[in-house]
Design a protein around this ligand. Structure first.
Ligand SMILES: [Zn+2]
Length: 108
């Protein structure tokens, strides 16, 4: 049996007094520039700090040009190291060849 309008209003008022509506809190959000979480003071904030905002705006999107630069630096480093190790290996092979040649000369 449905309650009449007055009874419904009273019931709602009683429930509201018993369980007051909680204020909506802003939740935590991840900064767009760094992996930190921060408490939202305004619903539209995107960065944890003004420094992060400046960094983000300076480098464009999330690590766009910075990422490309880092990739270039890493490939350059890898190529240098591979070349260096290649030279070292060649030198060692040359040393071993010299030793073998010396032994062959002694035996003959
Ligand atoms: Zn940040």
């Amino acid at each position: 049996m449905p309650l009449d309008a007055k009874a419904q209003r009273e019931r709602r008022a009683r429930l509201k007094a018993k369980y007051p509506p909680q204020k909506k809190k802003f939740s935590r959000k991840r900064c767009l520039n760094c992996p930190k979480f921060f408490e939202l003071t305004q619903p539209t904030r995107k960065f944890c700090s003004p420094a992060c905002k400046d960094e983000y705006n300076h480098y464009g999107g999330a690590y766009g040009p910075l990422k490309q630069r880092i990739e270039k630096i890493i490939t350059k480093m890898v190529i240098e190291r591979v070349a260096a190790s290649h030279v070292e290996i060649l030198a060692e092979i040359q040393k071993l060849n010299d030793k073998i040649n010396a032994i062959v000369v002694l035996k003959s």
